[in-house]
Write a protein that binds this ligand. Structure first.
Ligand code: ATP
Ligand code: MG
Length: 569
C-alpha cells in the first residue's frame, strides 16, 4: 500500500512532462485545455476528486482552462438532479470553469446534431455502415481473444443504402436493436474496440435535456473524442481502462480530420491510474445499493466517500486537494490507504481549527469546597500555535462534566487520572484532589467528588507549585453547550470490502455510527454549520451542515486526533 507523503505542491508527474514537452515543441502554442467529463448518472465520489484535481489543477497551473462537460449519452440513467449535484461538488472542491468571461460548461447532448452529421459523413466516406445482425449474431461474430472476428453480411452495404437506413433509424422507423451503426475498421484487429465498434444505437428513451427529439443515441467512444475535438481540448486525461480505447479515439478523429472537419493537432488521450481507497467503495453501482437498501442515510451520509458525504463529514476542499497532490498521478494501479486521506485532513485542520473542550461521555464532577452559585472565568488559547488568534473564555463552577474514563476507582498501573486520593489538573483550571464517588443502586458511578486548591489556578503564580501527572478536560455543567455528537468510523471493517468476489455488505462495520449526548465548551453554541473545531484530546469535529441549528448543536466527528484504526484503544 502506498502511504508515502509528499508535501511539495504540484509535484511533477508524467502528464506534466508531456505538457512541458508540448509547450517546448509549441505543439499547441502554449495552450492547455483539459476537461472533466462526468456522466450525470450518480453522485461524484473521492475517485472523481482525483480526476477533478488533476484536470482542473493542471489547467490552472499552466494558465489554461478546464471544461466541465456532462457526458450525457445514456438517456435512461441521467438526470438534472445529478447534474446539479456534480456542479455543486466541483465548485465546492474549489474549481471553476469560467475563463476570460467564457463559461466552459458543456453537455455532450448539445452536440447531437453535429455527432449525427459526422456519422452521415463517415457513411458517405465508406467508414461506417448500418448493421442489421441480431445482438446474438453480432456477439458471436466479434470473435474472441484468440479468434478474429467475422465480418457482418451487411458490412459491404452500399453507401446509399446505409444512408437511407441510418436516416430512417433517426426517423423512428425501426425498433430498438433492429439496426445499429458501426464504424468500419478491422474485424481482425487484436483490439476488440477496433472490430467495427457500434457508434449509434436506437433507443426510444426520454433524455433529460433533449426530451424525445432523438431515438438514436451515439455511443460513448464515438461521442467522447468528438466532444474533445469540438471543444479544442489539448490533453484528454482519463483512467487506465480507456487505454485500449485510445486507438478508436484516434481513428475517429483522424477520419474526421481527413474529411476536413477537424484540424491537426488532434486532442491527445492520456491515461492515468484510478484511485482505489481502502475501506471505501467507489463503484457508482454499489454506492447506489448502499443508499437504496438503507445501509446508510442517503447520498450525503458522512460515512460515504461521495463528495457530498465527505463534505458533510467535515472534510475541507483543501484537505482533498492536499490528498490528491500527495497521492500523485501515475500509470500504476494501486491502493491508497484511508489513513493518507485522513492524514491530509489532520494536517489541514491542525493549523486552522480552533480548539475547544468537549466531554463526549459525561460524568458529573463536584468540587465540594467550591462555593455554590459562584463562577470564575478561565481562559485558554484559541489555537496553541497561534497566539495571535487570542484566547477563549469559559467559566468554572462547582459542578462540571468530565469524561467517564477519566475516573477509575480501581486504577490500573500507570493511570494518572482521577481515583480517590489522587491529584490532577483540570486543564486551564485548578488542581483538584479526588475524594470519592457517588454510586447508584447498581453500583454505577454517578458523580465524582473532589476538593480544589484555590492557589493552583493555571496561569497564576502559585500554579507551578503543584506537580501532578494527570491533566483532564472538563466543561462547566451550568454553562456547557449540550450537543448531539455523531461518532463516525469507517463504513467497512475490511480494507478491500469487495476483494475476491465477496459480498461487500458482509464487510460493513456495525459500529460505523454512534450517537452520543455530549457537553461542549459554551463557545460552541455559536457554531455555524460547517464550523470545524478540534475537540481537545478527541479529534476534529464539524457542526453538521444539515442538522445543526441555533439552540440545537449537532456535531460530526471527522477524524480522531491520531490514526488508531486497528490498534488497541
Ligand atoms: P461509470 O461506471 O458510470 O462510467 P465512472 O466512475 O467512470 O462511472 P464517470 O462519470 O464516467 O464515472 O467519471 C468521470 C471521470 O472521472 C472519468 O474521466 C473517469 O475516468 C474519472 N474517474 C472515475 N472514477 C475514478 C477513480 N476512482 N479515480 C480516478 N478517476 C476516476
Ligand atoms: Mg465512466
Amino acid at each position: 500500500m502506498n502511504t508515502e507523503r509528499n508535501d511539495a505542491p504540484a509535484a511533477s508527474n508524467f502528464i506534466r512532462n508531456i505538457i512541458d514537452d508540448d509547450n517546448r515543441s509549441g505543439k499547441w502554442g502554449q495552450r492547455v485545455e483539459t476537461r472533466f467529463p462526468p456522466e450525470p448518472n450518480g453522485y461524484l465520489h473521492i475517485g472523481h476528486a482525483k480526476s477533478i484535481c488533476l484536470n482542473f489543477g493542471v489547467a490552472r497551473s499552466y494558465g489554461g482552462v478546464c471544461h466541465l462537460r456532462f457526458d450525457d449519452t445514456n438517456p435512461e440513467k441521467e438526470s438534472v438532479e445529478y447534474v446539479d449535484s456534480i456542479i455543486d461538488s466541483v465548485r465546492w472542491l474549489g474549481f471553476e470553469w469560467e475563463k476570460g468571461g467564457k463559461d466552459h460548461l458543456y453537455y455532450a447532448s448539445d452536440y447531437y446534431d453535429k455527432l449525427y452529421e459526422f456519422a452521415e459523413l463517415l457513411i458517405q466516406r465508406g467508414k461506417a455502415y448500418v448493421d442489421s445482425q441480431s445482438a446474438e449474431e453480432m456477439r458471436v461474430n466479434r470473435g474472441s481473444a484468440t479468434e478474429v472476428g467475422t465480418p457482418s453480411r451487411f458490412r459491404e452495404r452500399p453507401v446509399d443504402e446505409n444512408l437511407d437506413l441510418f436516416r430512417r433509424m433517426k426517423a423512428g422507423e425501426f425498433k430498438e436493436g433492429e439496426h445499429v451503426l458501426r464504424a468500419k475498421i478491422d474485424m481482425s484487429s487484436p483490439n476488440f474496440n477496433m472490430r467495427d465498434p457500434v457508434i449509434y444505437r436506437i433507443r426510444f428513451a426520454h433524455h433529460y435535456r433533449t426530451g424525445d427529439t432523438w431515438c438514436v443515441y451515439p455511443m460513448y467512444d464515438y461521442t467522447h473524442c468528438i466532444s474533445d475535438a469540438l471543444e479544442n481540448i489539448t490533453h484528454s486525461l482519463c483512467t487506465l481502462e480507456f487505454e485500449d480505447h485510445r486507438p478508436l479515439y484516434d481513428w475517429i478523429l483522424n477520419e474526421l480530420a481527413e474529411a476536413g472537419i477537424f484540424t491537426r493537432p488532434l486532442p491527445q488521450q492520456i491515461e492515468f491510474s484510478r484511485l482505489n481507497l481502502t475501506y471505501a467503495i467507489t463503484s457508482k453501482r454499489r454506492l447506489l445499493q448502499l443508499v437504496n437498501e438503507g445501509h446508510v442515510d442517503g447520498w450525503d451520509d458522512p460515512r460515504l466517500p461521495t463528495i457530498v458525504g465527505v463534505r458533510r463529514r467535515g472534510f475541507t476542499p483543501e484537505s482533498i486537494q492536499l490528498f490528491c497532490e500527495r497521492i500523485g498521478v501515475t500509470k500504476v494501479d494501486s491502493w491508497i490507504d484511508m489513513s493518507v486521506f485522513e492524514g491530509a485532513l489532520r494536517d489541514d485542520l491542525d493549523e486552522k481549527a480552533p480548539r475547544i473542550a468537549a466531554v463526549l461521555d459525561p460524568l458529573k464532577l463536584i468540587i465540594d469546597n467550591f462555593p455554590e452559585g459562584v463562577t470564575e472565568p478561565c481562559s485558554a488559547p484559541v489555537h496553541p500555535h497561534h497566539p495571535e488568534q487570542g484566547v477563549r473564555e469559559f467559566p468554572i463552577s462547582r459542578e462540571l462534566w468530565i469524561e467517564r474514563e477519566d475516573y477509575n476507582e480501581a486504577p490500573p498501573k500507570g493511570y494518572f487520572r482521577l481515583f480517590p486520593g489522587n491529584k490532577v489538573r483540570l486543564r486551564y483550571g485548578y488542581v483538584i484532589e479526588c475524594i470519592g464517588a457517588d454510586k447508584d443502586e447498581h453500583g454505577n458511578v454517578v458523580a465524582v467528588h473532589c476538593n480544589y486548591f484555590p492557589d493552583s489556578k493555571s496561569g497564576t503564580e502559585g500554579a507551578n507549585n503543584y506537580k501532578v501527572k494527570g491533566n483532564i478536560h472538563w466543561v462547566s455543567a451550568a454553562a456547557a453547550c449540550p450537543a448531539e455528537v455523531r461518532i463516525y468510523d469507517r463504513l467497512f471493517r475490511e480494507p478491500q470490502p469487495d476483494a475476491g468476489g465477496r459480498d461487500f455488505l458482509e464487510a460493513l462495520n456495525p459500529d460505523s455510527k454512534r450517537v452520543v449526548n455530549a457537553y461542549l465548551e459554551p463557545g460552541a453554541s455559536n457554531a455555524l454549520p460547517e464550523q470545524r473545531y478540534q475537540f481537545e484530546r478527541h479529534g476534529y469535529f464539524v457542526a453538521d451542515r444539515v442538522d445543526s441549528k441555533p439552540g440545537k448543536a449537532v456535531f460530526n466527528r471527522i477524524v480522531s486526533l491520531r490514526d488508531s484504526w486497528g490498534k488497541p484503544a
